[in-house]
Every structure is written in C-alpha cells, then in structure tokens.
Design a protein around this ligand. Structure first.
Ligand SMILES: C[S@@+](CC[C@H](N)C(=O)[O-])C[C@H]1O[C@@H](n2cnc3c(N)ncnc32)[C@H](O)[C@@H]1O
Length: 227
C-alpha cells in the first residue's frame, strides 16, 4: 500500500506510475486501493476481501448455521476460515492450501496440494469427524487459454465434490468456485445426484469483471451405502 500515492479529490487513491510497473499491475494496484471491500477487510481485520463473499453466500443460503465440521479447500490467506470461526465457533475446521497460511486459532491447516493422492485422507484425519460443509475457493492458475483454464478449474471442483461425498453428513453442503458459465452439464448432473438443491450464485463482493461464480449444493443425500 505504501507504494500508492494519495489522490487529491474525493479521497480516491491514485497510483503513481512507476516506470518499471506494467500497465496491468498498475491497474490491479489502482483497483485494490479503491476497492471498498479491501478497505473494509482491512478495517474489520479480515485477511482477505474474499471473506465477504462467504459472508454474503452465508446470508443467502444459511451455510454456517449449526455446522459442526467444516473443510476449507484453498484456505490461504484465511479470510473464509476467519468467517467460519466467527459464525460457528464450536465447529471443527480443517483447511488445505498449496501456500503457507498463518495459523488460525481452532483451525487445522495443511500445506499441500489437494490433488495429491494423500490429501483427502490427511484432511479427514485433521478434521477428526464428519463435515456439514465443504468449501472450495480453489482456483487453478490460469494460463489464459479459456478451454484449459476451464478444464483445470473443473478438475478441482470435481475432486472437491468427490471428497465432499466421502466426508459430508447427510444434509450437508458443498460450495465451490467455478468459472463463467458455471458448472457444466455433467457436473451439474453429478451434483444433483448427490444434493437436493444446486444453485449458482455470484455474491456482490465477487468482482463484476471476474469470471468467477459459486456453485452451491445443499442437502447432501448421503452415501449410497447409507441410503
Ligand atoms: C482465492 S484463494 C482463497 C482465498 C480464501 N478463501 C480466503 O478467504 O482467504 C485460492 C487458493 O486456492 C489455492 N489452491 C489452488 N489450487 C490448489 C490445490 N490444488 N491445492 C491446494 N490449494 C490450492 C491457492 O493457493 C489459493 O491460495
């Protein structure tokens, strides 16, 4: 933040153009400095503006009410986990990320690739019981090739779904970030096979220009052997 200069009028932050900064990173910095959610997150002590996306999804879908076990896929830097801790202070919470996440009181954090074969088992161990909610804010690193980006992201959503069906209690929910266009037909069919309701949502805190959406699947029907 210290790199940005104060704008004169209307309290808007203006970014001094450094010779070495690319136009796109100047745009990113400008947007970041003027983003009300970034300011709010700083003022309210959230590690990321993403926290407000979960707050808004929770307001609309009642995701965190009464949950006793929550898994946070793609937990870093930890905004969603902070919201989970506030709204469900007694819940067991486990999260995973490729990146290091500063500790959060009451949250078990693994630093590893969720796509690693060992990850689901390690996460279940860390959670220590069934889950009522599996959250995935994971995003694949985009390469700019729309089809490749879509496939990679869908791979993460599908892996999250498989994990959710193994760990959720009947009635539980799975929420995952998807790209524009939402989950494809195959994935929606698969979600509907396991959950009573499947909806797409773009919370107000999700930037209008970004292609991200969330798929919200609620009312887990239970594993087949339990049915
Ligand atoms: C948008 S951020 C999550 C923000 C978080 N919800 C918050 O509120 O702070 C997405 C995260 O997903 C993680 N991620 C992407 N692919 C992953 C993978 N295969 N395994 C674990 N984490 C992954 C990234 O490292 C990144 O930290």
């Amino acid at each position: 933040m210290s790199r940005g200069g104060r704008g004169g009028k209307g309290g808007k932050e203006r970014v001094r153009t450094a010779r070495k900064r690319s136009a796109s990173s100047t745009r990113w910095l400008q947007r970041q400095l003027n983003d009300p959610y970034v300011k709010k997150a700083k003022a309210e002590g959230y590690r990321s503006r993403a926290a407000y996306k979960l707050i808004e999804l929770d307001e609309r879908f009642g995701l965190l009410k009464g949950v006793e076990g929550v898994v946070d896929l793609g937990i870093a830097p930890g905004g969603w986990a902070q919201v989970v801790r506030q709204k469900a202070p007694k819940a067991r919470v486990a999260g995973i990320d490729l990146l290091e996440t500063d500790p959060i009181d009451g949250v078990e954090i693994l630093q590893m690739d969720f796509m690693d074969d060992a990850a689901p088992g390690r996460l279940r161990e860390a959670l220590g019981g069934p889950a009522d909610l599996v959250l995935s804010d994971m995003a694949a690193n985009t390469v700019g090739h729309a089809q490749t980006d879509h496939l990679r992201t869908m791979g993460l959503v599908e892996a999250g779904l498989l994990f959710a069906t193994e760990v959720l209690r009947p009635g539980g929910a799975y929420v995952a970030k998807v790209l524009a266009g939402g989950a494809d037909n195959h994935l929606v069919a698969e979600l509907k096979r396991h959950f009573r309701t499947v909806k797409h949502a773009k919370p107000p805190a999700s930037r209008k220009g970004s292609s991200e959406w969330y798929v919200v699947a609620q009312g887990f029907k239970g594993r087949e052997e339990e049915a």
